[in-house]
Design a protein around this ligand. Structure first.
Ligand code: FES
Length: 299
């Protein structure tokens, strides 16, 4: 493993942070709004987390200020660039609050090892905002403070990227499953035999397999609903979850972090998840349950 990877991985092993991580989660659950607003903070309407996109504003403005400060050093009359650099830094500070709220909301639905990395990421950003804020009243030291803040934000941002890509916090964890299901033996309609209806327990989420793709079936009388079994949020097993009414719609609730998916179309109705859950189109014919995992449209 490279030195850089060890450095980026190190925060995930800092178990000493766990009490603080638990406190931060409790506080977020108490302080942040719930319901639809919380869904917006997670990025539910977009189908993916909004925090990384929101971070572009403070990052973009702070890097722009950094470039202005650099230009001020080399250009004649560069002092005049101090005012716009200061204005850009004020935007960075103002944008940091909403960006942090989105990240904090996402933080509540992470595993402990991910939360440790997220805490270090947040601490780096807090240092950055403190330095940017000081620069606004920093007089002649302002360029130095702005630069130090932007370097801290850059390091924190790199760790955030590691959290998202190396530690998979944020991406859709069910995207590959329709592709795996395509490899299963299927009839002319593309459906796979998932067993007899009589063997499916009534009202109890039950796991079956379409080839190598796990699916979760729920029988309600003669009808059967199905979703891919691996939760799109962080891969939890939906067949271990519970069926609940959410805003008048029947939902399957993931046992890991409580994301609730509509049983009929996989839409996220509640919880930290953002990507819709792939649906299994289920038919019952001759007492047999036939399922087809719905994937992206074919060309
Ligand atoms: S894995 Fe997090 S809600 Fe399902």
């Amino acid at each position: 493993m490279s030195v850089l990877q060890r450095v980026f991985d190190a925060p995930s092993r800092l178990t000493v942070l766990d009490p603080l991580a638990a406190r931060a989660k409790e506080t977020a659950d108490r302080v942040l709004p719930g319901g639809r607003v919380r869904g917006w903070l997670h990025g539910r309407p977009a189908g993916h987390p909004l925090h990384p996109a929101a971070a572009m504003l403070p990052v973009g403005t702070s890097v722009s200020a950094l470039l202005l400060d650099a230009a001020a050093v080399v250009l004649p009359g560069g002092r005049a660039l101090g005012a716009p650099a200061r204005g850009l830094t004020a935007v960075s500070v103002a944008a940091a609050g909403p960006t942090a709220a989105m990240g904090w909301a996402d933080y509540t639905g992470l595993h402990e090892d991910q939360q440790r990395t997220a805490l270090v990421h947040a601490a780096g950003n807090a240092v950055a905002v403190a330095l940017w804020s000081l620069s606004l009243v920093g007089g002649r030291r302002a360029p130095l403070l702005r630069t130090a803040g932007t370097l801290a934000a850059g390091a924190a941002g790199a760790l955030g990227g590691h959290l998202a890509y190396r530690w998979a916090a944020g991406p859709n964890h069910a995207e590959h499953l329709p592709h795996l299901a395509e490899l299963a033996p299927a009839d002319a309609d593309g459906s796979t035999d998932l067993g007899s209806l009589d063997e499916l327990p009534e009202g109890v989420p039950t796991q079956r397999w379409v080839g190598d793709a796990p699916v979760c079936l729920l029988r309600r009388g003669a009808r059967v609903h199905g979703l891919v079994d691996t939760c799109s949020h962080l891969g939890g097993p939906l067949h271990d979850g519970e069926v609940r009414d959410v805003d008048g719609r029947t939902a399957l609730v993931c046992p890991w972090h409580g994301t609730a998916f509509s049983l009929t179309d996989g839409e996220v109705l509640d919880g930290p998840g953002t990507a819709p859950q792939p649906v299994v189109a289920v038919r019952v014919r001759g007492g047999r349950v036939l399922g087809r995992v719905e994937g992206p449209p074919k060309p």
